[in-house]
Ligand binder design. Structure first.
Ligand code: ZN
Length: 222
């Protein structure tokens, strides 16, 4: 577990940055794929954990969600419009663009659904000073988490900071169309996040970015 900014730690996959999740205060944000379950549980062992939250209910973010909630006895928080796929993983592929990779990922990456205890909405408090921003497009209910005091942003898959399947090249990019049901709406979310002028940006895929000018320029360009 790697410290990033105050009260935020990165838990990353193999290879590093292929899939990321974050411990934000005492809340786990995202839970990688189901094969990452053991590693996540080990990383969280002995840490105070109050809840588990999703940026969006896709197979590479909810894979260990049920295991985390049941092992540690914590509530499950999901974006309001992503509650149905968070609770029933068979709905995830139905909401994705029709492509064989989405049914494949549904089988190999997705974990079981789990009852949602709290539906996250714009302005809700997460933990450690972060609030919820609605950033739909990559999924119907996709949310990001924003902390104004040090301009820190956790944006899930609104943008990737490396190719999400190959791992290279590194760098900012829009999420792949095959995983994004509404790319134009996602671009609106990208432009919204660019206006925040974050100093530190954390992604579901790719390394942490601390380059406000490059981030702002990319967000304005889409
Ligand atoms: Zn993802």
């Amino acid at each position: 577990m790697k410290p990033i900014v105050a009260d935020v730690h990165l838990i990353t996959g193999i290879p590093p940055y292929s899939i990321n999740c974050y411990l934000v205060g005492d809340v786990l944000v995202d839970a990688m794929a189901k094969m990452d379950r053991r590693r996540i549980l080990k990383e969280l062992s002995g840490k105070p954990l109050r809840a588990h939250a999703l940026t969006h209910a896709h197979p590479d973010h909810q894979g260990a969600s049920r295991a985390v909630c049941t092992t540690f006895g914590v509530p499950f928080w999901a974006p309001e419009l992503d509650v149905p796929p968070a609770e029933d993983a068979s709905i995830i592929a139905e909401r994705q663009p029709k492509h064989p990779i989405n049914s494949l990922f549904g089988k190999i990456l997705a974990g079981p659904g789990h009852p949602v205890d709290r539906a996250l909405k714009e302005g809700d408090e997460l933990a450690a000073g972060f609030v919820v921003l609605d950033t739909p497009g990559h999924s119907a209910g996709h949310v990001s988490f924003w902390r104004e005091v040090d301009r820190t942003l956790i944006l899930g898959d609104v943008l990737n900071n490396q190719h999400p399947l190959l791992g290279f090249p590194r760098g900012l990019r829009q999420p792949l169309a095959i995983f994004t049901p509404d790319p134009e709406r996602n671009r609106e979310s990208i432009r919204r996040l660019g206006e925040l002028e974050p100093l530190t940006v954390m992604f579901g895929h790719g390394p942490v970015l601390r380059d406000p000018e490059a981030f702002g320029a990319f967000c304005r360009s889409v």
